[in-house]
Write a protein that binds this ligand. Structure first.
Ligand code: BG6
Length: 520
């Protein structure tokens, strides 16, 4: 071990083992023919296999309507992995070894015999742990959750009592409903045959390293945590911008819009991690308790508040990186007079001791100039005494930016003297980059999430009350938009940072949007 490795060893505090114990199990994917399976799940499992992180033995069973053999499914998945794997090329020797654990069973979700076939397939695996430790991944439409869970229960594949030697868990994808009422219904459907502890609701943002680092950053650094409150912070901006338009997902997006697609889950999750109180421990429940408490302290929005504090937008044709881009209404499966929002900006207030009076601005949109997700914490300015005469309001207040993706890192912006005989001040940056510090380690969020679900750790998953509270916030916003078509100030050209109305929103509070910048 060289000197620097020794230092790392001394200063690294292992909070838990890098690899949790994951018992041998089978993962059954419902909706196995879908996009998620080929783009995310199988590439993630393949990488976990490469890293030796999967339990041994382990089996994957795809469940879908189309007729195909195990071998045919393996071949299809190979093509997908060749396209979507984060590492290339695929090592065929490793793939073949991995593919030996992949199986397929054909069936309709409502067909009793299909679950019997699944049972037969599982019993072929011999090892009792592969037959009874079961991770059911519902990559299906939420309208099918209830049916699948009931059928699994009837086929004795899912047992509600999880005190036994063996376990069964259900992983569900977003969208988790389309409003509070439907989310409550889904929760009721799922927990009819499973305990809440067996339900793992995914928000893939929680699987991102940088999102997980928010808690580490806040609670393991006294220097920042002491400033993390209304005394020092002027306001916070959370931006998730995407260059991509809705592309082929017009059908889904017409039902979702940016508020359901991004705000209900990813943005509110990031907000709760940035603003929550320290949990009593790093276990799942204390962390989730604090997140829910934070979401519940967001000041409710009346219809009048929505008009003042929330802005929608929709892109029209424009250019991004010199390439022409269609308007939202020209995208496939989108109505030509659609009023669905592709952009949302809002100002939220958190009514608790720490944050009273500090605005949190949340903003997300498609067809924006840059893909970047970041949290910018803007500190209060210094008293305008020493530099007031010459610099006035131009002296930049300090800011910390947590760059969640890409170019993951943290920047501290402060003022420094420009070298020379004159006395000039200008903002400078201190920059921590994940890549330079730790090397290019970029596991996909799904790798971490799948492993956590297999290990039974719910920290990175959304609890029932959390998802319902988030829907309550989104419903109040949608209520304010009801029967209100978009106005001219709410359209923006593809390739710009959103509609004029978003400027109006922030200017009213004497703030300005700080757009993410490309990192050189
Ligand atoms: C998904 C949304 O949940 O998140 C997509 O449905 C969005 O519309 C995506 O593009 C963004 O995720 P990421 O990981 O690319 O930031």
């Amino acid at each position: 071990m060289n000197e620097s490795e020794q230092l790392d060893e001394i200063i690294t505090c292992r909070i838990n083992d890098r690899r949790k114990t994951v018992e041998p199990c089978s993962m059954i994917i419902f909706g196995a023919s879908g996009d998620l399976t080929s783009r995310k799940l199988i590439p993630a499992l393949y990488h976990l296999f490469i890293e030796n992180a999967l339990p041994n033995p382990f089996r994957i069973v795809g469940f879908a309507r189309r007729e195909k053999t195990d071998q045919q499914w393996r071949e299809e998945l190979l093509v997908a992995v060749q396209q979507f794997s984060r590492t290339q090329p695929i090592d065929m020797r490793v793939w073949n070894e991995f593919a030996d654990s992949i199986f397929y069973t054909q069936g309709d979700f409502s067909e009793v015999e299909a679950y019997q076939r699944l049972e037969t397939k599982l019993s072929m695996f011999g090892d009792e742990r592969l037959r009874r430790n079961l991770l059911f991944y519902l990559a299906t439409s939420p309208s099918q959750f209830g049916e699948v869970v009931e059928q699994l229960h009837d086929a004795a594949l899912l047992t509600r009592d999880n005190q036994e030697k063996f376990w069964q868990r259900i992983v569900v994808e977003k969208p988790f409903g389309h409003d509070l009422a439907s989310a409550e219904q889904l929760n009721a459907d799922l927990t009819r045959f499973a305990h809440e502890k067996q339900v793992f609701r995914i928000d893939h943002y929680l699987g991102k390293e940088t999102v997980q680092n928010i808690l580490m950053f806040r609670f393991s650094n006294a220097v920042f945590e002491q400033l993390w409150n209304r005394q020092s912070i002027d306001h916070v901006q959370i931006t998730v911008s995407e260059k991509l338009g809705v592309g082929e997902r017009g059908g889904y997006y017409e039902e979702a819009g940016a508020i359901r697609d991004m705000v209900q889950n990813h943005l509110l999750q990031v907000l709760s991690l940035v603003a929550m109180e320290p949990p009593v421990s790093l276990d799942a429940e204390p962390i989730r308790d604090e997140k829910v408490k934070l979401l519940k302290s967001i000041r409710p929005l009346s219809i009048a508040d929505v008009a003042k504090q929330v802005v929608r937008g929709q892109y029209f044709a424009g250019t991004i990186d010199g390439q022409p881009r269609p308007g939202y209404r020209q995208e496939t499966k989108v109505k030509t007079n659609s009023d669905v929002e592709t952009f949302v900006a809002m100002k939220l207030l958190i009514d608790n001791w720490r944050w009273s009076g500090v605005p949190f601005y949340l903003r997300t949109g498609k067809s924006l100039p840059l893909s970047a997700s970041e949290v910018r914490v803007q500190f209060k300015p210094t008293p305008h005494v020493l530099f007031a005469e010459k610099c006035g309001g131009k002296l930049d207040a300090n800011a910390i930016t947590l760059r969640l993706q890409p170019d993951e890192g943290i920047y501290l912006r402060f003022n420094g003297k420009v070298p020379g005989t004159s006395l000039s001040v200008r903002p400078v940056r201190m920059h921590f980059s994940y890549n330079s510090e730790f090397g290019a380690y970029t596991p996909e969020a799904y790798e971490r999430l799948l492993l956590e679900a297999m290990a039974g750790d719910a920290t990175l998953f959304i609890r029932r009350d959390e998802v319902e509270t988030a829907w309550g916030i989104v419903d109040s916003i949608r209520n304010g938009w009801k029967n209100k078509p978009l106005t001219n100030r709410e359209f923006y050209s593809a390739g710009t940072w959103g509609p004029v109305a978003a400027e109006d929103l922030i200017v009213q509070s004497a703030h300005e949007w700080r757009n993410p910048q490309p990192v050189n």
